[in-house]
Design a protein around this ligand. Structure first.
Ligand SMILES: [Zn+2]
Length: 123
């Protein structure tokens, strides 16, 4: 637990060395709620994130599995060019970017039909 705390400082116990505050996450994973607000799909996504099974573009690039680290949705919107692949104005595809800041991801949530119209390589 202390290793998790040192790897993810945002989860630390304010320097007390108690490890990350994992109880709220465990409560969500054990929940039986089945609504639009919280359901098995969200539990699966949370379990995947907690187990570090997510491979956002930045992680793929660092591991040598991708040519660049830019968010694929944002790069698609800006135009996939060599200049945009190295431009600081195109966001990096991190685990935090897509669910919270990505305009492409927000467009997907607002309009699923637009999401389906995007090239499969971007999704
Ligand atoms: Zn994005």
């Amino acid at each position: 637990m202390r290793r998790i705390e040192s790897d993810l400082p945002c989860l630390d116990s304010e320097g007390k060395g108690h490890g990350p505050a994992i109880q709220p996450v465990l409560r969500l994973l054990k929940s039986r709620e089945n609504s639009t607000r919280w359901n098995a799909n969200y539990r699966g996504a949370l379990a995947s994130a907690v187990a570090n099974r997510q491979w956002p573009q930045e992680r793929c690039a660092k591991a040598g599995y991708a040519e660049h680290s830019k968010c694929l949705l944002c790069l698609h919107a800006a135009g996939d060019t060599d200049a945009n692949r190295s431009s600081p104005s195109v966001p990096t595809g991190t685990g935090r970017h897509r669910p919270s800041r990505c305009e492409g991801g927000m467009a997907r949530r607002r309009c699923p039909m637009a999401w389906k119209a995007m090239p499969r390589t971007v999704r």
